[in-house]
Structures are given as structure tokens and as C-alpha cells.
Design a protein around this ligand. Sequence first.
Ligand code: CA
Length: 230
Amino acid sequence: MSTSPLILVVEDESQIAEIIEGYLRQENYRTERAKDGEQALIIFRSVRPDLIILDLMLPKMNGLEVLRNVRQESNTPVICVTAKTEEVDQLIGLELGADDYISKPFRPRELMARVRAVLRRSGMNAQPQHLAEPPVRIGKLEVDPVGVSAKVGNHKLELTPTEFRLLYTLAASSGKAFTRLELIEAAMPESNALERVIDAHLMSLRRKLEGNGVVNLLQTVRGIGYKLEG
Ligand code: CA
């Protein structure tokens, strides 16, 4: 086994941070803590954690701004901690690529379940069901479930773990229209995601595909959901 995953806890309320870190350590995760947004980015850049638990209401730089910066630099999975429904709406509306979120107040056990699920989805834990799967090719697009990578021609797509899983799910059954609920079950199991979260992830995925010259591949199917049609 490699070393245990390193988790960055970004939380300005020290009591809450201590509880979260305590539970994480009990499950043998390694932890780092940041108490404001600026410190979060500094620690993120120096330790490159496997996962970030990010409170959105933070001093100095708010969590959404931290998330935006993290996303410009990496696809590190992020679980956002929100205090208000409006924050969830913002998260979704801004398409910032959070991998999951949890609302305060939350039960630590529920947070731990999300941590495990997000790490599993991001490939920190082996995914034996994919080990023998060959890459899927649609035109210039190639999606490789073993390497957890996708490319257009020779150009690698920079995708978040959730975007990758959505793309693979759609590509592996191209031509089939998926409902949002089916996509959540396939690509974000055990998450708290609402159906409109899927729209945000897919909008971001579509932008990345189009940025690489793949236009009209990811299609909206009115009244149903989405499909990939090559
Ligand atoms: Ca806070």
C-alpha cells in the first residue's frame, strides 16, 4: 500500500476543524489545516493534498475564490462545506467543479462517508471493474478508463474526477440518452448531488471538449438528459 491520502481541511472555526481532523485521523488519513483562504492556497500549493474539505465562509479569501484558484491549477477533488442554501446555489451556478458538498450542521460520520466516496471516485482506491476495460474512441476523442485520462488527438483533456467519470459513462454507451439521475448514479455515487449539479459539470465538460475542437459531441436530449453522439 502507498501512504494514506493527505487531506487539507480549510476551516476557520477551530473547534469544527479539530473535530473533522480527529475523525479523519481515526480513519488513518493524514491531515493539514488552513484557517483562512489565503493560507489554504499556500498550503495547497506546498503539499498538494489528495482531497480538500473546504468551508465556504472564510476570512481573507472566501471558499469560492479558493476553489476557483485550485481549479485553475489542478483537478484535486474538493468537498465544499456550506452553511446556507444560497451557497449551494452559487456553487452550482458558478460551475466551479466541486466534487461534492455538505451542509452545516453535519454529522462527522456523514462527512467521512463523502470523503471515502470522493476518494474512491477520484481513483485513490483501485477500481478493479475498470482494469481490463479498453479505451473508448469516438472520432478524435479517446477515453481511457485504466489511465483515467481522456485526449483529443494527442492533446490531453484536463478534467476533474467527476467530469472524467461522466465522460466515460457517456462515451462507453455512446448514442444512449442518459437521465440526470442515471448520470449521478454512474458518476457520483453516494454524493449529495442534485440533478442540476449534473448540468453544471456537463457544461464545464462541454466547454473543455469544444475548446479542443470537439463540437456537438455532447448533446442535450430534450426532456431526458444527455448523450454522446459521434
Ligand atoms: Ca467558516
